[in-house]
Design a protein around this ligand. Structure first.
Ligand code: GLA
Length: 594
């Protein structure tokens, strides 16, 4: 309700200060999906709230609009790729709400035009997530409704247009509206409940993906583990400015970290008692080159192995310390210590910087081989909380030579009590690998005696017909059956994403839920025949027994610290009067006191 009023207020404010919206009749409500236009400009009467990203840029109105309108906005004087028109979102868009932006764009000659966001996080670092690119041949091209949200605790949020040379960019029919809100299906079985006798069921989210309330609801209903999609990776939490200032005072071996970009998701996990998989400490990818270089400079020389060992130790130490300090109550039950160190042929990656070639490894460049793996686990063991399990994580883990390399490494680390488990990413396709070759790798890893976690499961399909999705469902069922078969060795199965449209492989529909949050055939296939356990009234945590923790959960709900899923609410409503209140607490206490 509150939000509606804000939007309505904003809408009238913008109607006064912008041109007539592109949608005639000032449609505040989208036709049938509950969306609301909060800003629109067709540039018939000026550039409205747009400015140039650089003082060299000029914005003018030209007489050649898109979609038959008479005028559009043109940005000229662009000297750099990133120059272009921008609009400030602060005060217009609320953090945590999902919006869409659409526009028509044209470049003066053949060009790729990109629409991006910019924001500054709490630590003062600026981020530039790209939203969409389209190609203009000197003609008008539509940027269809692209989803975005502004993260919490950020300032200077902009949407801007850029293109890969200095061509003029024209923009018309620019619209920002709230994204459709979908209800999740409450009447289907919860995945985490269905699989609770076997293992945790997790998902991965990025800050942007978590923004819609529907995603939060979906996660609370189906998952009991969250992996941060990007926000705990070195490139997200390394604080370059803090590293540089410490280096200036003489210490260039103590990389500083900042959890700003992880906060949205970690706050959600903290507030909802959601266990977290930490991902990832040591990786060749999404780790800036400067981390491995003299003076923390991309153009510096590679540091020595000794310096890098110190940087590695301090980085790992600082990550655990920051999480312990800021999120002492979040259960980070597992960490991927090293990710993707072995190639399919069982050898280490080629040495080299990520900037030049994202497949090469800065770690191998400094260490000469994969000998960085063992110290990474040593330091993780030294600084991780005692109950946090430590994993080696990789993809194509079913390629025979890779399986062998991982197995051998894991056994050596196990011997030294440095590793707790192997993470199988499991980015699969309906055509490859076969369920039996996947199961073979699973069996091999289980035979180490270590824990196994499926850490990033998604299964792509290019056949989007009914038959195609049925085939996808069959493969999903095969993989999940294999996991159940080895469930004594598996503590979590994590899907890499929530709804198909938000997947990193969105064009191949790899997940269990459609864009509108409805369950796909794959969902029904993997819960079929898996009987969810029956819970007794009062077992609010749904762990099979009534304990003090159930009381605490109800207490937290009553003081509005947490929300309860529909099922937990029913288990907490002991007197069945449709509310959860002090009377239910008293009944729960009585049960506990027998
Ligand atoms: C790998 C990484 C993940 C993620 C995916 C792609 O599997 O481990 O962190 O980056 O690629 O989204």
């Amino acid at each position: 309700m509150e939000k509606k009023r804000i939007f309505a207020g904003l809408l009238s404010a913008f109607i006064m200060c912008t041109s007539v919206p592109a949608v005639s009749g000032i449609a505040a409500e989208g036709a049938d999906n509950g969306t609301e236009i909060i800003y629109s400009a067709d540039f018939e009467d000026g550039v409205n709230d747009f400015t140039g990203r650089d003082s060299a840029n000029t914005l003018t109105i030209s007489d050649s609009g898109a979609n038959g309108s008479s005028k559009c906005m043109v940005c000229s004087g662009r000297e750099k790729n990133w120059h272009g028109p921008q609009i400030l979102l602060d005060g217009m868009c609320e953090p945590g709400v999902q919006y869409t932006v659409s526009a028509w764009v044209k470049a003066a000659w053949y060009n790729e035009i990109n629409i991006s966001m910019e924001y500054t996080d709490e630590s003062g670092e600026r981020h530039y997530p790209s939203l969409k690119s389209v190609v203009s041949n000197g003609d008008w091209v539509e940027i269809p409704e692209v989803k975005f949200s502004i993260p919490e605790n950020t300032t200077n949020n902009y949407i801007y247009f850029q293109c890969n040379d200095t061509a003029d960019i024209s923009v018309d029919d620019f619209v920002i509206q709230t994204a459709p809100v979908h209800q999740i299906q409450e009447d289907i079985v919860s995945l985490k409940d269905a699989y609770s006798p076997y293992f945790k069921i997790g998902t991965a989210v990025t800050t942007d993906e978590l923004a819609p309330q529907s995603t939060k609801n979906l996660i609370l209903k189906h998952f009991n583990s969250v992996t941060l999609g990007n926000e705990l990776k070195p490139e997200s939490i390394l604080d370059k400015n803090a590293c540089l200032s410490l280096a200036a005072s003489g210490d260039d071996t103590n990389p500083q970290v900042n959890l700003a970009s992880a906060r949205n998701i970690l706050n959600f996990c903290r507030d909802n008692d959601m266990p977290v998989r930490g991902h990832v400490l040591v990786w060749h990818s999404q780790t800036p080159d400067w981390f491995f270089k003299e003076g923390y400079s991309d153009s510096g020389s590679w540091v020595t192995k000794d310096v890098m060992l110190k940087r590695m130790e301090n980085y790992i130490k600082n990550v655990f310390a920051a999480l312990e300090k800021e999120y002492p109550t979040v259960d980070i039950y597992a960490w991927d210590v090293v990710n993707e160190a072995w190639l399919d042929n069982g050898s280490p990656r080629e040495p080299g910087g990520y900037n030049q070639n994202p497949e090469t490894s800065g770690w191998v460049k400094v260490f000469g081989d994969n000998s960085f793996i063992e110290p990474a686990f040593e330091y993780a063991r030294k600084y991780a909380p005692e109950d946090c399990m430590l994993y080696y994580n990789d993809f194509n883990e079913y390629m025979p030579q890779k399986t062998e390399a991982i197995y051998k490494m894991a056994m050596e680390l196990k011997e030294k009590n440095l590793i707790d488990g192997i993470g199988m990413q499991s980015h699969l396709d309906v055509g490859f690998p076969t369920v039996s070759s996947y199961e073979k790798a699973l069996a091999k890893f289980a035979s180490t005696g270590l824990d196994v976690q499926v850490t990033e499961l998604d299964i792509t399909t290019t056949d989007t017909s009914e038959v195609g999705f049925k085939k996808q469902a069959d493969i999903y069922k095969g993989i999940m059956d294999a996991c159940v078969k080895y469930s004594d060795s598996i503590s979590a199965v994590v899907f890499w994403g929530t709804t198909d449209d938000k997947s990193w492989r969105a064009s191949k529909y790899p997940l269990l839920f459609n864009e509108d949050y409805t369950a796909k055939d794959a969902f029904y296939a993997i819960v079929e025949g898996i009987d969810p356990p029956e819970y007794v009234l009062g077992d609010v945590d749904m762990n099979g027994s009534i304990e003090v923790s159930d009381l605490i959960t109800v207490q937290k709900y009553l003081v509005k610290k947490t929300d309860l899923s529909e099922q937990k609410f029913k288990l907490a409503d002991l007197n069945g009067d449709g509310t959860v209140n002090a009377y239910d607490m008293i009944m729960l206490k009585r049960i506990l006191l027998k």
